[in-house]
Design a protein around this ligand. Sequence first.
Ligand code: SF4
Ligand code: SF4
Length: 190
Amino acid sequence: MSSASHHAPHADTLAARVKAATGISLAQCYQCGKCAAGCPVSEEMDLTPCQVLRLLQYGQDKYDERAMRSAGIWLCLSCETCSTRCPQEVEIPKIMDVVRAEALKRGIAHPKSKDILAFHRAFLDSVEQTGRLYEIGLVANYKLRSGHFLKDVMLAPKMYVRGKLGLLPHMIKGTAAVKRIFKRTLGSKG
Ligand code: SF4
Ligand code: SF4
């Protein structure tokens, strides 16, 4: 890379923000695809976790923006299946947090984010108030907050309720950790 190039590396890339916020270097990822293969929601994602990382690796605004505008980043459940399988121990959920937070900050978050965030708030409230996840209460709360039922956003609750049952006791036990995760995503309103 020539230092004379006018395509000098952009200091304010998402990759740089990820590094600053989490200490994770995107260069660790060598694109083996194991994360996406294990991710319970990757089939529903427009960009798989591995593809999101690839986009960030370019360190170019247009690719950063494509990652931030993705709907798929909002489906990530922070379940850590990907990072557990990753041979490089890349902590993908933390990266997803940064990408989502940046997308919100810049006002370019996918419209789906509104409904997913409403669901996350409902999920958190349910855990906060009862210390347990009551599915019916959760769905009702979600409905109240989002003001409507989006058919495809129900994918997220389904993941919690159906596929992620093994995850729930852990998440509920770690309420403080869950709160931190969602607080980061939701901002101070959480
Ligand atoms: S599993 Fe790890 S190294 Fe492989 S693509 Fe995913 S993040 Fe990159
Ligand atoms: S943490 Fe997110 S990206 Fe990783 S496996 Fe779970 S849902 Fe998929």
